[in-house]
Ligand binder design. Structure first.
Ligand code: AMP
Ligand code: FE
Ligand code: FE
Ligand code: ZN
Length: 289
């Protein structure tokens, strides 16, 4: 099996314009090939809309594609992202839940834009102009509209300013709890990995009690090698991965021009990729002939 994967770096976390990346999913796969990757996963927020054209492009350019998604989950006020790989995109439970999340994201974005619009020249149409039809809407699209209207210099500038929760316009959106997320992914034959679990430092890392429940439900791994995990947080995550026998992944979280993250800047080992594929029952990787 593993020998069917082309040689080259493995990057298991990227976004296309089906969510908040700036490139179409076909362009994203071309960029991955141009960057010299052997394997790339497409993991748009709460959507599989990019899978089809990404798969066609991967066959065309001859790299391996792992179809995936980054599922929004929430525990209280904390947003927790759950990467999901090789699940059945038609699984009823996951289809219903992602539709609910996308709809909640849309309402939330409209409400945020209405509040921002009271203080800045910004309309919902300005945001739609920055959003691909049917895309999972998020703050990055509002950021792009703020940049287009001259209120912010870049996406990052908008996130540090107007879109920061401290600015007073931030609103949360509905998302299932992490355990439900893992259960839905596993029920769809997929393989769950917690995305960037240490962005809030060592103290913000998931507790052993919660992690053990997620592992019992089928959690496969932790995305430790990610630029937004802190160093002390990564150290804690390595202890937890050893204790619970979890796989360790590394990825870029590439968003095209929307973030500084570069394809392949963090990578996953071929051995972990092989175990991930063996664990999946919902979908198969797209491999070159
Ligand atoms: P949301 O889920 O709508 O609250 O938006 C969060 C998304 O914004 C994440 O998926 C990130 O990819 C993106 N994001 C967060 N911080 C930044 C930043 N400083 N610059 C660009 N994108 C960001
Ligand atoms: Fe994102
Ligand atoms: Fe994320
Ligand atoms: Zn991401």
């Amino acid at each position: 099996m593993a020998s069917a994967f082309p040689p080259g770096p493995i990057d298991l976390h990227t976004h296309s314009s089906a969510s908040d990346g700036t490139e179409t999913s076909a362009k994203l796969v071309r960029a991955a090939a141009d960057a010299g990757l052997g394997t790339v996963a497409i993991t748009d927020h709460d959507s599989t809309a990019g899978w089809e054209s990404a798969s066609a492009e991967a066959r065309r350019v001859g790299i391996a594609l792992i179809p995936g998604m980054e599922l929004s989950t929430r525990r209280g006020r904390a947003s927790i992202h759950m990467l999901a790989y090789l699940f059945d995109p038609n699984s009823a439970g996951l289809v219903a839940e992602t539709a609910r999340i996308r709809s909640a994201r849309l309402t939330r974005a409209e409400d945020m834009v209405q509040a921002i619009g009271a203080d800045y020249d910004l309309s919902w149409d300005d945001v739609l102009a920055q959003t691909q039809d049917g895309a999972t809407v998020g703050r990055p699209h509002i950021a792009d509209a703020l940049v287009a209207k001259g209120h912010s210099l870049t996406r990052s500038d908008a996130f540090a300013g107007i879109l920061h929760w401290r600015a007073g316009y931030y609103l949360p959106h509905y998302a299932p709890d992490p355990l439900t997320g893992v259960e839905l992914i596993v029920a769809a034959g997929g393989v769950p990995v917690i995305a960037h679990p240490a962005t809030r430092g060592r103290e913000g890392v998931v507790s052993e009690g919660e992690l053990s429940r997620l592992v019992d439900a089928g959690l496969f791994g932790l995305e430790i090698d990610h630029r937004e995990n802190t160093d002390d947080g990564k150290e804690r995550l390595r202890e937890l991965a050893a204790k619970f026998d979890l796989a360790i992944t590394g990825s870029s979280d590439y968003h095209g021009d929307g973030k500084p993250n570069r394809l392949g800047e963090n990578q996953t080992s071929p051995d972990v990729l092989e175990r991930l594929v063996e664990r999946s029952t919902g979908w198969t990787p797209v491999l070159p002939d």
